[in-house]
Design a protein around this ligand. Structure first.
Ligand SMILES: Cc1cc2nc3c(=O)[nH]c(=O)nc-3n(C[C@H](O)[C@H](O)[C@H](O)COP(=O)(O)OP(=O)(O)OC[C@H]3O[C@@H](n4cnc5c(N)ncnc54)[C@H](O)[C@@H]3O)c2cc1C
Length: 210
């Protein structure tokens, strides 16, 4: 119980207990961080959202999971029973994280951006994203995290971040491309297809926000 719930801390960060189910985040985070609540509301189906937790999703670091994109794009902090880990240091490749044996995620602390949007191209059989992008606009700059695409799991698309931090418009993304050779290629989509989708999802997220 002590690992469940959503609260707004005095420093303005939204803190979500590691054992909080997706449905609770979808409902309770909505007034504070609607972009993140919307991500949680679209994970899987109602049964999945009533059982799956933010701690389980982040610890598992499935290369197609939704939360890692929201956590990384927000620049969140993962709190465990022994320390705090910045999102930039936490995700270390497909199904791989900075967690050590026996370490438990007790909370995730999210800085709340000015605006944010998660665009997800759904793989209809599982409802996992085939590719999805989370765009978070802070006063200091824009962060973009992509899931479902890379062989190395969730990643920040730094070229898009630089372009959008200078000019927050879909036009700023024109001409930016990613290498399909390092992307997941399977029966659902080739690496080149996924690389293309990253651009489309990021553009849609920005268009929704401007
Ligand atoms: C049909 C289906 C569709 C799905 N669709 C999506 C989707 O669209 N998007 C998406 O993101 N996910 C999706 N999921 C995954 C789902 O959202 C779950 O969050 C995810 O499977 C983790 O489940 P869980 O929280 O029960 O963790 P578990 O399965 O219990 O745990 C996963 C791993 O994390 C460890 N762990 C669990 N909690 C913690 C903790 N607090 N600290 C440290 N380690 C921990 C466990 O030991 C285990 O190794 C889907 C799953 C299903 C079955």
């Amino acid at each position: 119980r002590e690992m469940q719930g959503v609260r707004l801390a005095d420093d303005g960060r939204l803190c979500i207990g590691g054992g909080t189910i997706h449905r609770a985040v979808a409902e309770e985070a909505k007034p504070h961080y609607p972009g993140l609540a919307s991500l949680a509301a679209r994970i899987g189906d109602p049964a999945v959202r009533n059982r799956g937790t933010i701690g389980g999703s982040v610890a598992n670091n499935d290369p197609s999971a939704c939360y890692p994109a929201g956590v990384l794009a927000s620049g969140a902090t993962i709190v465990t029973n022994s320390r705090e880990i910045e999102a930039d240091d936490f995700f270390q490749g497909m199904f791989s994280t900075a967690l050590e044996e026996g370490e438990i995620i007790t909370e995730v602390k999210f800085p709340v951006p000015e605006k944010a949007r998660y665009e997800k191209f759904i793989q209809p059989a599982s409802r996992f994203p085939l590719v999805a992008a989370f765009v978070a606009k802070f006063s200091e700059g824009v962060r973009v995290a992509v899931t479902g695409a890379s062989e190395n799991g969730v990643f920040r698309w730094t070229e898009a971040e630089t372009a959008l931090s200078a000019d927050f418009s879909a036009k700023a993304l024109e001409g930016l491309t990613l290498d399909g050779g390092s992307m997941i290629s399977d029966l659902h989509g080739s690496g080149a297809y996924r690389a293309h989708l990253v651009g489309v999802m990021t553009k849609r997220a920005v268009l929704d926000l401007v």
